[in-house]
Design a protein around this ligand. Structure first.
Ligand code: APR
Length: 231
């Protein structure tokens, strides 16, 4: 089969690179109230706390390295004869650093800034402070270019168009808690795609998948990619 593949990844694909997940034991949302650090209201209330939270995640990300799962997905993109799109919920840059190019960050990117005043976006991996100024309009309203709860994810038209054409949808390292990503499996299945979940343990939506494999992404993903590339 050389059809069209859409892959969705979540925090579980970066867990073995040392970046925290959100809802596992000890996950980020067990240590930070997400209302304070991942909502527009939290940013309006205390921008300093939000910038501190994302600056710490930038530092973690800079010191992390892609793992075997990221590398295998880049190999699949390079070796696959059909269409392939990697949609990630993650804001880290480990897929890019592993070599993935056909990649959409539907929840934005940690290593980019957004000006809350004028909408200008720019690459940045430095710590963020409240007094930072937007290079375009000069306002001190800098935030990370990430999608917070209550905000609309990026690239949705392109993602839905790819799901409509997919022959295979694979979900890797996500708990299936957050929409619209959690609904992609149904969107793809409705249009006739086969669906596969690769996750440490069965996700909330596991019953929506034709097949589910449980285990660490660093083992499951290279095994699956080897199957796909006929190795
Ligand atoms: N290998 C594979 N899967 C793993 C691993 C691993 N090594 N470690 C954890 N997992 C799985 C967990 O079993 C869980 O199902 O990864 C999933 C992580 O789930 P969450 O912490 O909910 O992360 P995610 O699904 O990416 O969250 C979605 O929620 O908070 C928002 O915007 C945030 O993008 C995030 C979205």
């Amino acid at each position: 089969m050389v059809g069209s593949i859409v892959i969705l990844t979540g925090a579980g694909v970066s867990a073995e690179s040392g970046l925290g997940t959100f809802r596992d034991a000890g996950g980020l949302w067990t240590r930070y109230p997400l209302e304070d650090v991942a909502t527009p209201e939290g940013y309006a209330r205390d921008p300093g706390l939000v910038l501190e939270f994302y600056s710490a995640r930038r530092e973690n990300c800079r010191t992390a390295a892609p793992n075997a799962a990221h590398r295998a997905l880049a190999e699949l993109e390079a070796g696959w004869g059909g269409e392939l799109l990697l949609v990630t919920q993650n804001i880290d840059d480990l897929h890019e650093r592993a070599g993935s190019r056909r990649l959409l960050h539907m929840h934005g990117e940690l290593m980019r800034c957004l000006c809350a005043a004028c909408g200008h976006r720019w690459p940045s991996d430095a710590p963020m402070q409240e007094q930072d100024r937007c290079p375009a309009c000069g306002a001190a309203r800098v935030r990370p270019d990430v999608v917070w709860f209550g905000e609309y994810p990026y690239h949705m038209e392109e993602i839905w168009a790819s799901l409509a054409r997919a022959d295979l949808f694979v979900s890797i390292g996500t708990s299936g808690n957050v929409y619209p990503a959690a609904g992609f499996v149904q969107d793809a299945a409705r249009r006739g795609a086969r669906t596969l979940e690769l996750n440490l343990e069965p996700s909330e939506g596991v019953s929506d998948f034709d097949e589910a494999r449980a285990g660490p992404a660093s083992r499951l993903v290279p095994e699956w990619v080897a199957e796909m590339l006929g190795r």
